[in-house]
Design a protein. Sequence first.
Length: 209
Amino acid sequence: MSKVHVIDHPLVQHKVSLMRDKETGPKEFRELLNEISMLMAYEVTRDLPLKTVEIETPICRAQTKVIAGKKLAIVPILRAGLGMVDGIMNLVPAAKVGHIGLYRDPNTLEPVEYYCKLPSDAEEREILLVDPMLATGGSASAAIGFLKKRGCRNIKLVNLIAAPEGVARVQADHPDVDIYVAAMDEKLNDHGYIIPGLGDAGDRLFGTK
């Protein structure tokens, strides 16, 4: 079973609370999401392997650690996932960025892929699949499936807020994919929104209805 990592750093929790407030406007919402994504990326990348290299400091030669060549790719689920990309890239500017677009079929209610563009070497990279909300888990599970069909095997799911129902769905469908969240909320309501949540992340991010 995949692990769920709740990143409960005080700064993260403080900023999540500000994002939940319905009075927080799009500008502040975008800035907070960017900041939280960067803070979360610090923890998500904690297990990147290191190797020892020799360098010369202004004083002497020294054995030091650098990341051991493991390449990253950030893949936002459109559209709200876009708000998490810049924050993560502040820490890993060499990461490549892919995109996955999904919509829900009105008849089957199943996620349908309408767009997918990944780095050409995506299967060789560690993929950070990002989306602010993990509600039912349908879109996240489908996106992970699309990535696996394209040869990606090293995938982490990064969400701002999750509901237990969404976590259970992803764990059932993809037990090999760890989940990183800033907050684990209570449940979904009858309309599939996370309680207490923060509303529609995409609408709040881009100022739409």
